[in-house]
Design a protein around this ligand. Sequence first.
Ligand code: ZN
Length: 77
Amino acid sequence: MSNNESLAARGERAALIAREPELYKICEGCESIVIRDAATCPNCHGYRFDTDPDRVRIQAGVLGKRLPTSVPPSELT
Ligand SMILES: [Zn+2]
């Protein structure tokens, strides 16, 4: 129940990450995208990361596509 970020915000962030993948890295533990400066993963507290920009961009696309396709009308306004 910790993720209360809106779907739109998630999609926007995925697009942002895909534009500047060199600012991010991927946690080897949980595959979440974290900011390059982070010492440990805020999600699983892992400290092993993949900093390959190509992989970051691909992972951002995966996260963006994971968004549910059915969005209630109330979230579109
Ligand atoms: Zn992690």
